[in-house]
Design a binder for this molecule. Structure first.
Ligand code: TYD
Ligand code: MG
Length: 455
């Protein structure tokens, strides 16, 4: 006997109260060791080519994957240019974020242009799906709906309908009769995914598997099938705004780390192509503590507004440091650099940082913007409104090189900014790009702050 975590699939030889990997409480169930091996073994089967002959790499012909559009440009883009026949896509997200909505919209487009689509739901009745479909104005003869949980009957429906695209909503509700285990448990999820993947490959049917994830941000269960699927997309959003971000975390047929942004409205999700104007707050007056920074999301440039609120506590109490959308440890580092290299006293200051629009940024090219926003707030002095800031900052206060300077300044110029502070080391590349924007090259944060008249 082994014990298996139903949340993440971790195996242990004794029962544990809490999983050491995913930290879930009371998630261990007993499993027959042979079955466990079996399931793991089967999990590796991922296509009809399994069991092919040994061949020299030179003699293998290239599979030219034919792509077709799902009707939503942004989704096509993050998939690497459209859907591929027979590919399996894991579509994860928290409950209620809008997975079913977006997929139903895609199902409509696909059914209209590319033939039959089968949408199976183990969570909602046909009536409930119809209600959503009416809201989304889905009206299509070749879109078939089935409320079903048993994998055998889903497979039979696939046989009968012969769809080009199958959507399974959600993989946690699919039960596989062969094997015991709870529905939604790790074994069921793996078994069902392996079977559906085999079906997808054999029929060259593009398949979407919806997977619910927990608050902690891991695909509960579905995380363990990520190796099976070709592509894993993850829909995230904040509850206070209608903004939704679709992220690709794995893609056998394209780049990862791409994002697409949507707005959830009364008639479904609409794509936002002009990202910068969405994330920038349009204001007429310059405000202290605000810096405009061109960042990159995947390969796309995007202008964001960094907001800082910093004020001295006067030496009383422990200073507060909060950051939303920016790495917390990076903020502490930037504060240390400000203190040491600019000689500005921040030791006892409360500092709050935020990225307008609720985006999370993970690259360091925004450092200069972060520093300028903090200093600007401390001094209560606004920066000029026509300027954007680019640069990573090193411990000695030097402004370091960033990648893809060309895209960043082009985006800034496109949105009407007339000046950019850039790292001196990026100067040559930036000038060669011939973008209609004044470039101010700086080597240290001190130079940058002087240019901004903040010190
Ligand atoms: P849903 O797609 O059911 O989420 P998931 O499948 O990820 O669990 O969408 C859930 C929310 O979206 C629900 O609270 C209602 C809202 N919604 C809209 O705002 N507009 C719409 O057009 C639709 C269909 C849903
Ligand atoms: Mg749903």
């Amino acid at each position: 006997m082994v014990y298996c975590c139903t949340n993440c699939g971790y195996h242990a030889h004794k029962w544990l109260g809490r999983c050491p990997v995913c930290q879930e409480w009371d998630s261990f169930t007993e499993e027959d060791i042979n079955v466990a091996k079996d399931v793991r073994g089967e999990g590796r089967v991922s296509g009809s080519w399994i069991g092919s002959e040994i061949q020299s790499v030179n003699s293998i012909e290239v599979d030219v994957a034919e792509r077709f559009s799902c009707g939503i440009k942004e989704v096509d883009r993050i998939l690497g240019g459209g859907l591929i026949a027979g590919s399996v896509i894991l579509f994860g997200g928290e409950p209620g974020v809008g997975k079913s909505t977006l997929l139903l919209q895609m199902a409509r487009n696909l059914a209209q242009k590319h033939g039959k689509v089968l949408y199976t739901s183990g969570e909602e009745s046909p009536g409930q799906i119809k209600l959503r479909a009416t809201r989304l104005k889905v009206n299509c003869e070749t879109l078939y709906i089935l409320s079903e949980q048993a994998i055998e009957r889903i497979a039979a429906a696939v046989e009968e309908v012969d769809p080009r695209v199958l959507i399974v909503d959600s993989i946690q509700t699919v039960t596989s009769g062969k094997d015991g285990g709870d529905p939604g448990g790790i074994r069921q999820v793996r078994q069902a995914s392996a079977e559906l993947t085999r079906l997808a490959k054999a029929r060259k049917m593009t398949t979407f598997l919806v997977g619910h994830i927990t608050k902690e941000g891991t695909f509960a269960g579905p995380k363990t099938i990520e190796h099976l699927v070709d592509t894993a997309l993850y829909l995230e959003g904040s509850h206070d705004s209608g903004m939704r971000i679709l992220r690709s975390v794995k893609n056998r047929f394209g780049a990862t780390d791409e994002i697409a942004v949507f707005q959830m409205g009364p008639t479904g999700m609409t794509e936002i192509t002009d990202l910068s104007s969405f994330f920038l707050q349009k204001t007429t007056a310059a405000r202290p503590g605000v810096a405009i920074v061109p960042t990159l999301e995947g390969t796309r440039p995007l202008l964001i507004e960094i907001q800082a609120l910093a004020s001295s506590t006067g030496g009383y109490g422990v200073p507060q440091r909060r950051a939303t959308g920016i790495d917390y440890n990076r903020i502490l580092l930037m504060l240390a650099v400000i203190e040491k290299r600019l000689g500005i006293h921040v030791r006892d200051a409360d500092v709050y940082l935020n990225i307008a629009g609720g985006l999370g940024v993970r690259e360091w090219a925004i450092d200069l913007g972060v520093v300028a926003a903090i200093v600007s707030s401390l001094r209560n002095k606004a920066m000029p409104m026509d300027i954007v800031l680019i640069g990573e900052i090193g411990l000695s206060g030097e402004v370091r090189k960033v990648k893809r300077i060309h895209e960043r300044i082009t985006e800034a110029a496109k949105l009407g900014y007339s000046r950019a502070i850039i790292p001196a080391v990026n100067q040559k590349a930036a000038r060669n790009a011939h973008v209609q924007i004044d470039l101010i090259a700086v080597e240290t944060i001190e130079q940058a702050m002087k240019t901004l008249e903040l010190i």
